[in-house]
Write a protein that binds this ligand. Structure first.
Ligand code: FES
Length: 103
């Protein structure tokens, strides 16, 4: 028996859309967080730590740990687990503090 999360909660979300992540299209549903959409697309890390460049992704999933930071529409330090994916949005891997990516 398969479990469809949408069927379990009787959800009828609007049409899917795409945003870009590091230049590649990522599908998302209305209300879905950036982290959830990235996870659903098979991506588990989208940040590199400041000093050692170690990969990070979602850890707590509730906005506490700051492991999930991304650059969203040019804004660094956006928590992907809390930020909603938006149609046509531009999300990028955050390197270190993310400020070096701002021109
Ligand atoms: S996963 Fe911990 S703040 Fe986003």
């Amino acid at each position: 028996m398969s479990r469809d999360p949408l069927a379990l909660v009787r959800a009828h979300p609007g049409p899917a859309f795409e945003f870009s992540f590091d230049g590649e299209p990522v599908p998302a549903l209305p209300g879905q967080s950036i982290a959830a959409a990235l996870w659903a697309s098979g991506r588990l890390s989208w940040r590199r730590t400041r000093h050692t460049g170690r990969p990070r992704g979602a850890f707590c999933g509730i906005g506490v740990c700051f492991d999930c930071l991304v650059v969203s529409d040019g804004q660094p330090n956006v928590r992907a687990c809390l930020a909603r994916a938006v149609p046509g949005g531009t999300v990028a891997t955050q390197e270190g503090t993310g400020y070096a990516q701002i021109q």
